[in-house]
Ligand binder design. Structure first.
Ligand SMILES: [Zn+2]
Length: 500
C-alpha cells in the first residue's frame, strides 16, 4: 500500500510551467480546439473498414499505444539497433561484459545474469541450451561482415549479417543460442525443436525477445532467426508480449503518434479554472514541466479522458460534458484534433472510466454507473458511437473507478476507491469479467482524482497519478500486483480538472 501519510519534498512544478513557452514550442502546439458545441447531436459513426484494420498492427490488448519514443542511447538495455539505426558511437563497446556460464562468450552483466536464469529454467523444464555467440566488437563484426560479402555477395550478406556498428551483438545484449544437441545450430529448425519452442514461449520472463521472428523480415531487415535473443529487460519484454507487439520496431519506431498532439500515455490533460484545456507533456524523468494550451471553453466539462478511441494509434480526447453529451475529439496523426463527434448522450449523472475489459475488443469502451450504483460496461464496437451495455452488478455508488492492469497479465483490472478510503482490486479475466475483490490500499479518500499513467516513470512502467485534497499530485507506480514507492509529481493542481 502506498505510504499515504509520508510527506514528500517537492517543488511546485506547475508554477514553473507557467513560464511562457518559447515560440518554437508554441508552434508545435496542436490546433486549438474550438468551443465545444454542446447541443446533443445524432451520433456519428466512425466506421473502420476491414481493409483499414488489416493494414496496420492492431494489438488486441488493453493498452495499445507505445509508451515512449524509441531509445537510441547505446548503453540502455532498451536501445534500438537495426539497419537504419546504428549504434552511436559507431564503435560503442560496453564496459560491463562478463563471460556467460563459462562459455567463452560475453554479454553485459545484466543480460548474462538473465540468460543464466533462462538456461536454468530451461534445464528444469528438460530443455538443454547452449550459447553459440554473444558480444561481438566493431572489429569482429567488420571481419564477419566482410567474410559474408566475399562468400555470398553483398545482397545476401545483408540479410544475414549486419555492418559493423549496426549489429545488436555489439550492444552486448544479443546472444545466439542453440539446442544442446547442436543439431540445429544457427538454423531455422531450432525454432521447431522442443528447446526452441520453450525459448519462444518463455524468453520474455527473463527479459529476452526473439528479435527476428518469422514473417517480419520486411520490418526487421533480417531473415527468421529463432536463435537470436535480445535482452531488453523483463518490463519491456513482458509489455511487448502482453500487448502483442511482434518486433522492437513495432514497439518503438512504428509509433504512429509521434507527430500527434498527445504522444504518450503519461501526457496529462487538464482544464484550469478559466476553462483552458492544457496539455502537459511528461518527460521520462517523471515530472510535468511543459504545457501548451490546446483549447478553450472547457468549463462545463464533467470528466475528460485520453484514449485511443478508434484504435488508429493516435490518442483521442473523450469528453463527458455536464449536459450529458459524451463527445469524441479524434486526434490527428500530424497534430491537432477533429471537431466534436457525439458518441452518446444522457451521461450527465454517470460516473465513468474508459478502457478495455476484453482482450478481444478492438476499441476501448466505457465502464460506469448511475446513481443506482449498478456497474455497466458499454462496448465500443465501431470506434465511434457506443452500443449497449452489460450489467456487472450493484453496489458501486460513491466509488471511484479506474481501469488499470494491476497484476500485469495484459488484462485491465478494475480498481475501486471506497468512500471510506479502501482501494479494492478486481482482477479482470480478459473476457469482460472481474473477480471478487481484494484490498490493495487504504487512505484513498483523500484522493480527488485518480488516473492510470503508462510510461510515466520510464519505458513500460505502469501506475496511478493521484491528486490529494491539498492539490498535490503523486505517482503511485506498481509492478505485478505490488506497489513501488510513490513519488511526488508536483503541487498546485487543486483547481484543475484532471483528465484520466
Ligand atoms: Zn545473432
Amino acid at each position: 500500500m502506498p505510504a499515504l501519510n509520508d510527506s514528500h519534498p517537492f517543488r511546485a512544478r506547475r508554477r514553473r510551467a507557467r513560464v511562457r513557452l518559447p515560440l518554437a514550442f508554441s508552434l508545435c502546439a496542436a490546433l486549438l480546439l474550438g468551443t465545444p458545441a454542446l447541443a446533443p447531436a445524432a451520433p456519428v459513426h466512425t466506421v473502420v473498414g476491414p481493409a483499414a484494420l488489416a493494414a496496420g498492427p492492431v494489438p488486441a490488448t488493453v493498452n495499445p499505444l507505445p509508451s515512449l519514443a524509441p531509445v537510441f542511447a547505446a548503453g540502455s538495455t532498451a536501445v534500438l539497433v537495426n539497419k537504419s539505426h546504428p549504434l552511436n558511437p559507431l564503435r560503442y563497446a560496453p564496459s560491463d561484459l562478463v563471460n556467460v556460464r563459462g562459455s567463452g562468450y560475453y554479454l553485459r552483466a545484466e543480460a548474462a545474469g538473465a540468460l543464466n536464469s533462462l538456461f536454468n529454467a530451461a534445464s528444469s523444464a528438460g530443455q538443454g541450451l547452449t550459447v553459440v555467440s554473444g558480444y561481438r566488437s566493431y572489429d569482429t563484426q567488420a571481419a564477419l561482415y566482410d567474410y559474408y560479402v566475399r562468400t555470398y555477395g553483398q545482397a545476401y550478406a545483408d540479410t544475414i549479417s549486419a555492418k559493423p556498428g549496426y549489429s545488436e551483438h555489439q550492444t552486448g545484449l544479443a546472444v545466439d543460442i542453440g539446442n544442446a544437441g547442436g543439431s540445429c545450430g544457427l538454423s531455422t529448425c531450432f525454432g521447431d525443436t522442443p528447446a526452441g519452442r520453450w525459448v519462444a514461449a518463455n524468453a520474455y520472463r527473463y527479459g529476452f525477445i526473439v528479435r527476428y521472428p518469422n514473417g517480419y523480415s520486411s520490418t526487421t531487415g533480417y531473415s527468421y532467426e529463432p536463435w537470436h535473443l535480445r535482452y531488453i529487460g523483463p518490463t519491456i519484454a513482458a509489455d511487448m508480449r502482453a500487448r502483442s507487439f511482434p518486433t522492437l520496431e513495432h514497439y518503438f519506431a512504428g509509433n504512429p503518434a509521434s507527430g500527434a498532439s498527445i504522444k504518450s500515455g503519461s501526457d496529462l490533460l487538464a482544464v484550469d479554472s478559466a476553462g483552458h484545456l492544457l496539455l502537459y507533456t511528461a518527460p521520462q524523468s517523471g515530472s510535468y514541466r511543459y504545457r501548451t494550451t490546446i483549447g478553450g471553453g472547457w468549463s462545463n466539462l464533467k470528466q475528460g479522458f485520453v484514449v485511443d478511441w478508434n484504435a488508429d494509434g493516435v490518442y483521442d480526447i473523450l469528453a463527458q460534458w455536464k449536459n450529458g453529451v459524451l463527445a469524441l475529439y479524434r486526434g490527428r496523426a500530424g497534430g491537432g484534433f477533429d471537431g466534436l463527434r457525439s458518441v452518446g448522450w444522457g451521461w450527465a449523472d454517470m460516473t465513468i472510466t474508459v478502457g478495455k475489459l476484453s482482450r478481444s475488443a478492438m476499441y476501448p469502451g466505457v465502464l460506469g454507473y448511475r446513481p443506482d450504483g449498478v456497474l455497466r460496461y458499454y462496448a465500443n464496437s465501431t470506434g465511434g458511437a457506443l452500443g449497449g451495455f452489460v450489467s456487472m452488478g450493484p453496489g458501486w455508488a460513491g466509488r471511484g473507478i479506474t481501469l488499470a492492469d494491476w497484476n500485469n497479465d495484459g488484462n485491465n483490472d478494475v480498481l475501486a476507491q471506497l468512500p471510506g478510503g479502501a482501494l479494492l482490486y478486481y482482477r479482470g479475466n480478459g473476457a469482460g469479467g472481474i473477480a471478487y475483490p481484494s484490498t490493495i490500499g487504504g487512505g484513498w479518500q483523500v484522493m480527488t482524482s485518480v488516473a492510470p499513467a503508462y510510461g510515466y516513470a520510464g519505458l513500460g512502467t505502469r501506475g496511478l497519478l493521484a491528486r490529494r485534497t491539498d492539490g498535490t499530485l503523486n505517482y503511485y507506480g506498481f509492478r505485478s500486483g505490488s506497489w513501488i514507492p510513490p513519488r511526488p509529481a508536483g503541487s498546485g493542481w487543486g483547481p484543475m480538472k484532471l483528465f484520466r
